[in-house]
Write a protein that binds this ligand. Structure first.
Ligand code: NAP
Length: 456
């Protein structure tokens, strides 16, 4: 007879799903810093729908979204889901949140309509969910534009910080067998986001011979972007906050690096009528542009600028971007007010393009690189299961290393799961010892945006 509950690391026989499981839960009554918000509990294993899969989680990736979930800002994700359900929208009833938007694991149960995976398959999971019956999706529209689109493990419950996670079949992708469980869990969210940013925008998508400026080259997104750009036969130029990260970015494929601490023209644009202030800014941004030429050894502007810092860097990104080029942005880490001198935008016909995660096709295209051994997951640190709150607390306090982090869930030790040789040699660089984020984390979370700060 099946056991009621398996201890962590005690793997149930393949395909046997116990009624309950261990999980780290966030509840509204303890919203706050991660050490307060996350607590271990035993909960029922969720039932699955016909298009869903239950995956036994071996390791989970760490992302900033579950610091937000724990804080309850800018959105109370639990209240939002409960209210949505109450008014008949897509929602969920549980009064708690199990986070985790990245995972590696083993398929334990499949719904009757799932055709891409079977029980026993080793998978990594991308975090994009949507209603397959949404007319927009059935008519072939990009699911990323569907109103039913949700980020699993943040906007939905039952993420990867638990023994079992509930996902849609289409979220499952083959796991690179040359990687450990924790390495496999680390790259999908950032890798797929970077892939769509670079490959998802028609004529402006990255192509052989392009130059791409990558902000935060040693960060989660940036480390993926450098490798994806290199794979496309283009030239990545990385920006970082310290020369000690130059070697890391160059080992990943950057032609060269720029230390942003050598410049001080950051922030919102001075008003164009402020002749003196504007003149100073132009001087700063031109010097920065010249630093790009120095790296390239020629006077060329980037065809693509890979953006996520936002407020402090957007004016520079738009200025240095080539005529007809694209600044593609997926975040506003330093703030949301992107100031633009429209003269450069229209006269030089540049594109400022928003981008958010990725659809299943793009996630699989990115994953193919990882399967082929041509994408290093850039795992900087892995943690045991009982440190899920600690690792989020490190992020919250901005004391985490660059690159990507993961935690073990079902895997009993670090380093397990790498059962095959990679088909090509990974660069596998390491960050400088003791590396942590030096810029205080500026996510402006305490001031929710009008319209998204409510639980509706
Ligand atoms: P990360 O690992 O923390 O890296 C962020 C990088 O930004 C750091 O490496 C840092 O590098 C750089 N940075 C920090 N402050 C900066 C500043 N003032 N100017 C220039 N660069 C600065 O985070 P990540 O995983 O790459 O994610 C970056 C952002 O994208 C976050 O806001 C995240 O929430 C968001 N994101 C969005 C999506 C989406 O689908 N929309 C997906 C993934 C992530 P240096 O200090 O070395 O410069």
């Amino acid at each position: 007879m099946a056991k009621e509950l398996y201890e962590l690391g005690e793997m149930p026989p393949l395909g046997e799903v116990p009624p309950t499981m261990h999980a780290w839960l966030i509840r509204p009554e303890r919203f706050g810093p991660p050490m307060q918000a996350f607590q271990q509990e035993v909960v029922e294993v969720p039932a699955i729908a016909d298009d869903e899969v239950l995956v036994y989680v071996m390791a989970a990736g760490i992302n900033y979204n579950n610091v937000w979930a724990g804080l309850g800002v800018p959105v109370d994700v639990i209240g939002a889901r409960n209210k949505a359900l109450a008014r008949g929208d897509q929602g969920e009833p549980e009064p708690f949140h199990i986070g985790g938007s990245d995972a590696s694991g083993i398929v334990y149960k499949v719904g009757k309509d799932v055709t891409n995976v079977k029980v026993g398959d080793e998978v990594v999971i991308h975090c994009g969910r949507w209603d397959r019956n949404d007319p927009w999706v059935t008519e072939g529209g990009d699911p990323m534009y569907s109103s039913t689109y949700r980020i699993w493990g943040y906007e939905t419950n039952w993420g990867s910080f638990a023994q079992f996670t509930r996902v849609q079949g289409q979220q499952c992708m083959p796991r690179p067998k040359h990687l450990t469980w924790e390495e496999s869990a680390a790259y999908t969210l950032v890798g797929a986001t970077a892939w769509r940013m670079l490959h998802g925008w028609g004529v402006n998508s990255v192509k052989e011979g392009d130059v791409v400026l990558v902000w935060g080259g040693a960060g989660g997104l940036g480390s993926m972007a450098i490798q994806i750009v290199k794979e496309a036969g283009a030239t990545p130029v990385a920006v970082v906050s310290d020369e000690d990260k130059f070697e890391y970015c160059m080992a990943l494929g950057a032609k060269g690096c720029i230390n942003r601490k050598d410049f001080d023209h950051w922030g919102m644009l001075p008003h164009w009528k402020d002749t003196e202030g504007y003149g100073e800014w132009v001087k700063g941004v031109r010097t920065f542009g010249a630093a790009i030429w120095d790296v390239l050894g020629e006077k060329r502007a980037p065809n693509i600028v890979f953006e996520h810092p936002g407020e402090t860097t957007i004016p520079t990104s738009i200025f240095v971007c080539d005529t007809g080029g694209m600044v593609v942005v997926c975040a506003g880490t330093t703030g949301y007010n992107a100031t633009v001198d429209l003269r450069y935008l229209w006269m030089r016909q540049k594109r400022l393009q928003g981008s958010h995660f990725a659809n299943d096709v793009q996630a699989n295209e990115m994953n193919q690189l990882a399967l082929d051994g041509r994408l290093d997951p850039c795992l900087s640190q892995a943690f045991p299961y009982d440190q899920i709150p600690d690792v989020h607390q490190l992020m919250y306090e901005n004391k985490h290393p660059h690159g990507n982090m993961a935690v073990l869930v079902g895997a009993t030790e670090f380093g397990l799961g790498a059962d095959a040789e990679p088909t090509s040699a990974l660069p596998h660089p390491t960050l400088p010892p003791g590396d942590v984020h030096t810029t205080p984390h500026p996510y402006p979370m305490s001031e929710p945006l009008p319209g998204i700060g409510t639980t509706d």
